[in-house]
Write a protein that binds this ligand. Structure first.
Ligand SMILES: [Zn+2]
Length: 375
């Protein structure tokens, strides 16, 4: 229930509600808005007029031959609204400007090779370049995905692997741009932009990459009560013969055995050659991956049972590279180990995700559909 305590708030609430309907219905008539809300026709006329003047909304004609000429419908003004997505990962920094239909208008990428450079300066530079392509007033926001442990509310990066951003407050650093910024850990950003598609209430998204992270959707919402929730890479694996020291201070964490970094160390090969040998059936590499699957499955079975998860979704570069066979072996392991009264249904793969498109899409989602959280 929304508590509206002043005429101003009431107006913002009504305006946002109209925008939400126009965004989710694509094309809608004023009369339909009146039917779907309890606002008076006069209120709707006035607020729509404001939205038209602001350029957020436009009038469109919908052809209907049988009924002759229809009144003008309303839709989001695609030419006047855009958002920016930013991916900050160990490999690259990618910034793109998107319209409300998800089409990319311009992008800039910085590949991080030997010379790591100052990540924050690069992000600022790429953002400034991309922003210069649009009327700043029309950019609804910037959505940023960062590999690491992030406090999304304050914008503070607690721990970022090899990015040199520990202790940096991204929201404060980007304040000078004058555009709202939404920041999330990479896995949470994926989960936030994905759960509408899963149509399930309880599931876990796991990213297997140079590090390992996870996001949990429980009772239909992303679990975000703590900044380190979903640190699947730091669950302890007890069946490891010689537990290795982890950066978190403990020994024998999953990430010390099953991350790309760990597999590269163990095999003495970079990912590309490692994957080649795995696919050609090399027995040493096959054995390493069998161990990796087992280490992932041991804690995963317990989490599925404890939270009664319906689905597990895997994503990340290790999943993209090793392909279906690797994921099938994990799926079979779960099927063999799960108890008979569990709600667990299946395992899915999320391959080759366009992260900046997701981030830009999250800005639209937050602006048009998630506004009640900010009232
Ligand atoms: Zn650890």
């Amino acid at each position: 229930m929304i508590k509206v305590t002043s005429p101003d708030l009431m107006k913002i609430n009504n305006k946002k509600q109209i925008l939400e309907l126009i965004y989710s219905e694509k094309n809608i008539y004023r009369a339909q808005i009146a039917e779907m809300t309890n606002m008076s026709n006069q209120t709707i006329t006035n607020l729509v007029k404001e939205l038209l003047n602001e350029g957020i909304v436009k009038e469109v004609t919908i052809e209907n031959k049988s009924k002759g000429r229809n009144p003008m419908a309303l839709s989001i003004n695609n030419e006047n609204i855009c958002s920016i997505g930013v991916e900050v990962s160990v490999e690259k920094i990618n910034v793109g400007l998107f319209d409300v239909d998800g089409d990319m208008l311009v992008d800039r990428t910085y590949k991080r090779q030997d010379d790591i450079g100052n990540v924050l300066d690069i992000v600022k530079d790429l953002l400034e370049q991309v922003i210069s392509y649009a009327d700043k007033k029309r950019i609804l926001g910037i959505g940023i995905s960062i590999e690491g442990i992030i406090n999304s509310l304050s914008g503070l990066v607690i721990k970022s692997k090899n990015l040199g951003l520990d202790g940096v407050n991204i929201l404060k650093e980007l304040e000078y741009l004058g555009i709202p910024v939404l920041i999330k850990n990479d896995v949470n950003m994926l989960a936030e932009t994905d759960y509408g598609k899963q149509l399930l209430n309880n599931y876990m998204l796991i990213k297997l990459d140079s590090g390992i992270g996870a996001a949990l959707v429980l009772d239909g919402s992303l679990l975000k009560s703590s900044q380190t929730v979903g640190e699947f890479g730091h669950v302890r694996i007890h069946s490891i013969d010689e537990p290795k020291q982890c950066e978190c201070g403990q020994k024998g964490c999953l990430t010390t055995e099953a991350s790309i970094t760990a597999i590269e160390k163990k095999s003495g090969l970079f990912l590309e050659s490692f994957v080649e040998q795995y696919k050609s059936g090399d027995s040493r590499i096959r054995a390493i991956i069998e161990d990796v699957s087992r280490y992932i499955c041991e804690p995963l079975i317990n989490i599925i049972t404890l939270l009664d998860l319906e689905r597990v979704i895997f994503t990340g570069k290790l999943v993209n590279s090793l392909g279906d066979e690797f994921i099938d072996s994990i799926s079979q392991y779960i099927d063999r180990s799960i108890n008979s009264f569990s709600s667990y249904k299946d395992l899915k793969i999320l391959k080759n995700v366009n992260v900046i498109e997701r981030c830009a899409g999250y800005v639209f989602y937050d602006y048009f559909l998630n506004w009640r959280e900010h009232l």
